[in-house]
Design a binder for this molecule. Sequence first.
Ligand SMILES: C[S@@+](CC[C@H](N)C(=O)[O-])C[C@H]1O[C@@H](n2cnc3c(N)ncnc32)[C@H](O)[C@@H]1O
Length: 256
Amino acid sequence: MTNRVPDNIPDHAEYDDIAAEYAASKQLPFRIVVEAPTLFDLAGDVRGLAVLDLPCGDGTYSRALARRGAASVLGVDLSGAMVERARSIERQEPLRISYQMGDAAGLGTVGNFDLVIACYLFNYAHTAAELLAFARTVRANLKPGGRLIGINDNPRTALARYGDYAAYGFSRTTDLPRHEGSRIRYTFPTPDGKTFGFDNFWLAPGTYEQVFAEAGLLDFRFVDCHAALPPGQDGATWDDFLRDCPITGLAARRAG
Ligand SMILES: C[S@@+](CC[C@H](N)C(=O)[O-])C[C@H]1O[C@@H](n2cnc3c(N)ncnc32)[C@H](O)[C@@H]1O
């Protein structure tokens, strides 16, 4: 595990200020019932795989994939506070996961992975050029035949669906008119009566398709989310959430 901070990392990252709040939000029902099951279904059987988690945040999905039998997991994130949270949990409950700080736009090759998981990475690209830098990093770290999977802000949602997701623990608003690079603001209330939030950026679905093809990744596709309900829970709540869902799965692969 390297603790050296790469030269191209900013002194301060957005998530340094919201690391604890974001980590707590991983317990919201929509993450447990929709986000995680969609990701795990896309991942399939990970036993024996070398996995890169980019961006890893506090390591929630790094740990999940290690527990599901991945042979190795490396988590990389821009935020030192997020990486430190992930390392702290790793020290308490070792799963042989490595974490390092890095910028997905200029990471280069840090390994030779069977699977890259990218949960909420691509929605940080303001432009097609930034998205291309992220996609090139993914390709540079995949073995021939390796797979990319992830979760993203859903660029396919109708404008009418932005707004209040209070029943699910957040709001999601966007600048109008929507255009390449439009800001999407997520705001989450916290138990102490305050809020925290972060910005994503909208790029058209067609931009994603063009950029991933340009980066040399095949079969890029958005994959609709689904819900995996705890026994006895009413599914109607999730039908509403899943209709024009604010988040989406995604997948692509490197040629074998
Ligand atoms: C919404 S969080 C998701 C974290 C984790 N994937 C998860 O699902 O819990 C987004 C993360 O992306 C990181 N991030 C944003 N831009 C990045 C970049 N250019 N390179 C690496 N990480 C980045 C942030 O620091 C933050 O931890």
